[in-house]
Design a protein around this ligand. Structure first.
Ligand SMILES: C[S@@+](CC[C@H](N)C(=O)[O-])C[C@H]1O[C@@H](n2cnc3c(N)ncnc32)[C@H](O)[C@@H]1O
Length: 206
């Protein structure tokens, strides 16, 4: 752990040195399906401005790029950022930056979508609280926060995926719209403050 309460960047640099796609985002059906579930759970067809911290090599980012007018993606690892930039070069509305959270959270920006996918458990509990403060603080009113995490134990990680979702559920400003739980991962979608459901927005409810 670093003094700032997160797994050090050199841990991830080591993973990328050993394999260019350490989690198999490109090849594993598990990852493709989880990505499709995540994208399908987004309550709006499109977002004006979005942020995906911990973007890795940019595979989920590519899916988000189809739905976002302006997308900032960031990763602590230089190798991941270089691959993501190559992978996303055809999308001029996507920027990939090397940023290490929580210190380099883009504090002045407001987003209508923030995606915390497979990221929260790299922080110890107090640092995760700081990350959640930053994420919620950078959401527009009724902005959407998506969180998705692996549920099985990983020895190196400071906390479990379920603990990350417990921390999210404890936030009074967040209103939950989607809860998807399966043996392997949990996916939740929140808005900052109350917001109508998809059917309510489309006038389908009484
Ligand atoms: C498992 S990948 C998640 C990729 C993508 N979000 C997805 O779900 O498909 C986690 C990424 O988070 C990055 N990461 C870990 N800690 C970070 C931190 N403190 N700041 C920025 N990125 C970080 C790692 O380098 C790694 O590329």
């Amino acid at each position: 752990m670093t003094p700032s309460g997160s797994l050090p960047t050199r841990y991830f640099d080591g993973l990328y040195a050993a394999a260019p796609d350490p989690w198999g985002f490109r090849d594993r059906w598990y990852e493709q399906r989880k990505r499709d579930v995540t994208l399908a759970a987004l309550p709006h067809p499109s977002y004006r401005r979005a942020f995906e911290p911990g973007c890795s090599i940019g595979v989920l980012t590519d899916g988000l790029a189809q739905r976002c007018g302006d997308l900032l993606a960031a990763d602590a690892s230089a190798a991941a950022v270089a691959t993501a930039r190559r992978h996303l070069a055809q999308h001029p509305h996507v920027r990939v930056e090397q940023r290490s959270l929580p210190d380099a959270w883009p504090g002045d920006d407001i987003f209508d979508l923030v995606v915390l996918s497979e990221l929260g458990y790299y922080f110890d509990p107090p640092t995760l609280e700081r990350v959640l403060d930053l994420a919620i603080g950078s959401l527009a009113p009724a902005g959407v926060l998506v969180a998705c995490h692996w549920r099985h134990p990983v020895r190196d990680y400071p906390q479990s995926g379920d603990a990350v979702h417990d921390a999210l559920s404890a936030r009074p400003l967040l209103h939950r719209h989607v809860l998807h739980v399966e043996a392997d991962f949990m996916l939740e979608v929140f808005t900052r403050g109350p917001a109508p459901s998809v059917a309510e927005r489309e006038g389908l409810t009484p």
